[in-house]
Every structure is written in C-alpha cells, then in structure tokens.
Design a protein around this ligand. Structure first.
Ligand code: 1GP
Length: 247
C-alpha cells in the first residue's frame, strides 16, 4: 500500500491524521531518537521531515537516524532539493502555489525530478500555500514569496482550487513555523468546502484545543513542529484531539 493510501485510510478511519514535523537540523540532534520513539508510542500517524534552513552537513545522517528509529511513515517535507536522500518512505512533491516565484513553482522540482526518479521514492503532489501567520515566516523569506492574507478566504479558495485542477493530491495551508496566528478556521472551512482533496494545516498550532478547531473546520491532516520540540510529551494529547472519530 502506498504511503498516500495509508494516510487516506487514517483520515477515513480516525477523521483526520496527526503528523509531527521534525527538523533534521543540528538543534534536534540530541533529541532525535527520543522524539521518534515518543511519536511511535503516542498515536502519531506519520513524521514530516524537513526545514527551510540547514545549518550543518549532517542532514542525511539525521534522516537515516529518524528512519531507523521510526515505525511510522517518514515523509520528506522539502525545504529544498539539497535535503533529498534515499531514507524517506515518501515525499511531498510540492510547489509553492501561493507565490509567484518561478523557482519555487517549478525550478526546484525540475532539479529534483531526475534524482527522485533515481531514488524511486513515492511522490505525493502537493500544492503548498503560505498564509500570513503574522510573524514573517522563514518560508516567506527563503521562498521570496508573499503570504496570502488570512482575512481573504476567497483568494485562498481560488489558489487551492487551481492546485486541485492542476492535479495536486493534497493542499497544504501553512501559516509558517512558529506563526503567531495559525490558519484561521474561516479559511480552512472555505477551502475544504470548495475542494475534493484533503487539506493539511500547519504552523503556529500550540495546543490540542487549537488542533481540534482545525479538524472541526475541515482539516484532514494537522501538523505540529515547534511545540513538540519544546515538549514532546504533548504528542498523545494532540493525537487524541485530531482523531475525532472514535471507534
Ligand atoms: C508545519 O511549519 C509547520 O506546517 C510547523 O509549524 O513549528 O509552528 O508547529 P510549527
């Protein structure tokens, strides 16, 4: 079964999937194995691995350590083609569709494509939409793109629909890591009402109540990163809040 099908079965069975983002940068070096073990035992459905900035050359080694410790899918969440390697179970093959920077719309993807074919990793076509989370995100700076204003659900819906019609299998609504404001329920509801494909929501989600608000508004996958770096014991609370369909 593909990783994408597995995610879809989780969404069907549990209402929504809970994903933890691990940044394979040096700041996570000492805690990698313990975070992954916590995720294995806390009802986390998958790990996203990636970050916008790598401050040393040990990314590949850390991804391998994550993969070795994990018994849930390890999915590449690319900050750039330089983080591609053969240790992932699948990758979000993303395009920053909220932006107008050709390099992040198609440039990085063209550089990556022959390597992706060589590695043979499963690709999940994903339309990535950067939303204005109020804090001026690293993604905004690194991608050289403007985020979509949070108070304009109509703009978000138009972008997300364009992604769906281009054949994307997932839409990612991203407020940016450490965002002051996570993606608003109004935007999530407008986008998920209009779309037939699952929507991922991440950025600035710091407690289980907020995670629950995202799934109630229509999110199919909720991602947390920063709060779990601060306190990995919260994973099971988040998993419980996101898995709203109880068997
Ligand atoms: C993943 O960028 C997010 O979409 C993670 O955001 O670090 O704020 O949880 P946080």
């Amino acid at each position: 079964m593909s990783i994408f099908s597995k995610l879809n079965s989780v969404i069907d069975e549990k209402g929504a999937a809970y994903v933890v983002l691990i940044d394979p940068d040096r700041k996570s070096d000492d805690t990698l194995e313990s975070s992954v073990e916590n995720a294995n035992n806390s009802g986390v459905d998958a790990l996203f691995v990636g970050g916008s900035l790598m401050m040393d050359m040990k990314c590949i080694d850390r991804v391998k350590r994550i993969k070795d410790a994990s018994n849930i899918p390890v999915i590449f969440f690319p900050g750039g083609v330089g983080q591609l390697n053969s240790h992932y179970d699948a990758m979000l093959f993303m395009s920053v569709i909220s932006g107008r920077n050709p390099h992040y719309l198609i440039g990085e993807q063209v550089i990556a494509a022959p390597m992706v074919k060589d590695i043979g990793v499963e690709t999940i076509p994903t339309g990535y939409m950067l939303m204005d989370g109020g804090a001026g995100s690293t993604v905004e700076f690194m991608s050289g793109t403007r985020p979509i204003p949070m108070n304009r659900p109509d703009i978000s819906v138009a972008h997300a629909l364009a992604g769906q019609y281009l054949g994307m299998k997932l839409i990612y609504l991203e407020a940016g890591s450490g965002a002051e404001n996570s993606v608003s329920p109004d935007v999530i509801k407008a986008v998920t009402d209009a779309l037939d494909i699952p929507v991922i929501v991440g950025g600035g989600i710091r407690n289980a109540e907020t995670a629950s608000e995202k799934v109630k508004a229509g999110a199919s996958i909720v991602v947390t990163g920063t709060i779990i770096e601060e306190n990995s014991k919260l994973m099971s609370e988040f998993a419980d809040a996101v898995h709203w369909k109880k068997s």
